[in-house]
Design a protein around this ligand. Structure first.
Ligand code: VAH
Length: 315
């Protein structure tokens, strides 16, 4: 059986729903520190689990005979800068819990998300390589870089089968954004429909690597289904789809909502965005386990607008 820790989060929610579709609802246990949405709790087992509490995770693993775990609980870049101690504690203690459970043979296969936040201001910004200088300047990025080192260490030393992806900014409409710096690319669609205008907290030329949720979910399931010997990188794989600026996504929205207006007012998240790459080289993921993204900017914008217009109409 499969356990998703952090199932109420932006990625956790859709990962749970997709895995239930593939494996059957009873086979996927959703867990989070807080009560799940109706969609999560009515479509399969749900447990309150504190990702920082080893025994709470172990109890759930034993109750449902779990073999595979996806640890999707974390404090993201923007919130992490407001609560640095909490971000480090949550992001690292939760990872050590699942790595140690795997080391003790309680977990067979483990997924843990990293991020483009592992790169910093001294990293080459275009086509950022898999191996390169990484001096992250956010607590979130530091925790992801440290986490990658620990994943590789537990694989090499204890043969723990942990797999990881450096997610870019992820765009989706089903859940609210999770306190990240790339959240503008989600908020802009809601505001375009509800208000016809949006003030971006990143300036118009802030180019960042981005991906639609369905691509991110497919990559996550694909790397977990890949034969162990083909997963050659055990720190974390670069993963990419497209890159765009707030101006480019605004212009794409205007092709459907001509009256849409964007304004720019940078806040503390501008410095975070400026420290990250503009585009990522994910050729290792494409060669090692046939990664291929499907959503370009036009398709992302179309999908977001279609679904959000329907969602707001039904409310
Ligand atoms: C964040 N959405 O902004 C997350 C992600 C690359 C961005 O890690 O913190």
């Amino acid at each position: 059986r499969i356990l998703i820790i952090g199932a109420c989060g932006q990625i956790g929610t859709e990962l749970t729903l997709k895995l239930r579709k593939i494996n059957g609802e009873k086979a996927v246990i959703a867990a989070d520190i807080r009560k799940g949405s109706k969609e999560l709790t009515k479509s399969g087992p749900f447990e309150i689990v504190n990702a920082m509490d080893y025994d709470s995770i172990l109890k759930t693993i034993e109750k449902y005979k779990v073999t595979d775990v996806y640890l999707m609980a974390a404090m993201l870049s923007a919130t992490g800068e407001k609560y640095p101690d909490k971000a480090w504690e949550l992001n690292m203690n939760s990872l050590f819990n699942v790595l140690n459970l795997a080391k003790e043979g309680k977990i067979k296969k483990l997924f843990w998300p990293s991020s483009i936040a592992v790169f910093g201001p001294t990293t080459p910004k275009e086509n950022t390589p898999q191996e390169t200088v990484m001096e992250p300047s956010t607590v979130y990025g530091i925790s992801k870089q440290a986490g990658e080192r620990w994943c590789e260490y537990y694989f090499n030393k204890y043969n723990v089968d942990v797999r990881s992806l450096r997610y870019p900014g992820i765009i989706s409409w089903k859940t609210n954004p999770g306190g990240g710096t790339t959240d503008y690319a989600i908020e802009i669609f809601h505001k375009a429909i509800l208000k016809g205008t949006y003030t971006s907290f990143l300036n118009k030329n802030s180019k960042l690597p981005m991906m639609y949720m369905d691509d991110a979910i497919d990559a996550t399931i694909k790397i977990m289904d890949t034969a162990a010997e083909k997963v050659k990188i055990r720190s974390s794989y670069n993963l990419a789809a497209i890159s765009f600026t707030p101006e480019e996504i605004a212009n794409e929205i205007k092709t459907k909502i001509p009256a849409f207006k964007i304004k720019y007012h940078s806040d503390f998240r501008q410095a975070i965005a400026d420290s990250w790459p503009k585009s990522i080289d994910d050729s290792r993921a494409r060669s090692d386990w046939d990664w291929q993204h499907k959503y370009n900017l036009k398709k992302i914008s179309q999908t977001m607008l279609d679904n959000l217009i329907l969602k707001y109409k039904s409310e």
